[in-house]
Design a protein around this ligand. Structure first.
Ligand code: SF4
Ligand code: SF4
Length: 318
């Protein structure tokens, strides 16, 4: 697979600095039951990298030290990490909001039958990927049958109270474009998702997050293979909006890889761009506060600042 890294690091992206940390985003490993075409972490069923419990303990110490408000777990399928439930329970006991970036099909896999009840009991917020409301598009991007399984899993979440009116259990959905284009306007797409999913499947959810595809890893390789990389970068750069710079997620979030090394964001993690210019571990954060530090940037950062802006919680211009 060809790599876009060298094409992204020489950049004219403006200099930005970290603000006060409030979110730890932890990648619990690259193991996943799917292998989607747009996956920016190259996750899949054969990956063996998984975060261990000691690293999780250090993360919890960092959460306490900085009094962080949010633990955002991702992967792969984070639920496939054998210590997932332990970590969630510990974080919830500290009063931290936990967000599970969930590929909904995992909820119906053998061996995960009790997962929905566990998530509901711990009041974990679910951000579930559903890259389109049309079956053909989802199956083309994620694999045959993934749409139907995802819908069934979302129904199971609704039955447990997730996404239902009047319930505290939050279910957000994530859209990302099929190809090298910017996402459509989030509010109107959310309305279209809501109408279609309600009418066709009786499904409810709280919010839809539209996320711009990053020109890295598997999606970056597809762009290169199809000769679309340069065009896509031009799309991102021409849509640059300076007002998005103040709201990019790396200002308040720190991304942790499965071994405990830290990065300004998940995308930098995948590009092997460590925070503050050299490899640092979660344990370094126990002794040194990196607030105000310059953020490591590259041309991929235009993906966060194009148009409505993009982050793990959808557009920046809400
Ligand atoms: S995009 Fe998500 S569900 Fe698909 S392979 Fe990557 S981690 Fe797994
Ligand atoms: S890719 Fe986005 S979140 Fe990551 S460093 Fe660049 S602007 Fe920040």
């Amino acid at each position: 697979m060809r790599n876009t890294q060298a094409l992204l690091l020489e950049t004219d992206f403006p200099t930005i600095f970290r603000s006060t940390l409030n979110t730890l985003q932890m990648n619990l490993g690259y193991l996943c039951n799917l292998s989607c075409q747009h996956c920016h972490v190259n996750a899949g069923p054969k990956r063996t990298e998984l975060m261990d419990k000691d690293t999780m303990k250090t993360a919890l110490a960092v959460i306490e030290k900085y009094q962080l408000e949010i633990l955002d777990v991702t992967g792969g399928s984070p639920e496939m990490n054998p210590h997932f439930k332990w970590l969630v329970k510990q974080a919830r006991a500290l009063g931290v909001k936990v967000i599970d970036r969930c590929n909904p099909t995992i909820l119906l896999e053998l061996g995960y039958e009790d997962l929905v009840d566990f998530l509901a009991t711990e009041q974990v917020e679910i951000t579930a990927s559903l890259p389109c409301y049309l079956e053909d598009n989802v199956d083309a991007q994620r694999g045959k049958g993934v749409f139907k399984t995802s819908i069934n899993a979302l129904k199971k979440l609704n039955e447990a109270g997730y996404g239902k009116t009047g319930s505290d259990l939050v279910l957000n959905l994530v859209f990302n474009p099929q190809g090298p284009t910017l996402p459509p306007e989030q509010t109107s797409l959310e309305a279209a998702y809501r109408e279609f999913l309600q009418q066709n499947f009786g499904l409810e959810f709280n919010h839809l997050f539209t996320i711009t595809n990053m020109p890295i890893q598997r999606f970056g390789a597809v762009l290169l293979a199809k000769g679309q990389f340069e065009n896509y970068m031009n799309v991102l750069k021409h849509a640059f909006k300076p007002e998005n710079l103040n709201q990019v997620m790396c200002k308040t979030l720190l991304s942790v890889d499965w071994q405990g090394f830290v990065y300004d964001c998940d995308f930098n993690q995948m590009l092997d761009l460590p925070m503050a210019g050299r490899q640092r571990h979660l344990s370094d954060l126990l002794h040194h506060d990196f607030s105000g530090q310059r953020i490591e940037t590259g041309d991929h950062c235009y993906g966060c600042t194009a148009g409505q802006g993009s982050s793990c919680t959808g557009v920046l211009q809400k």
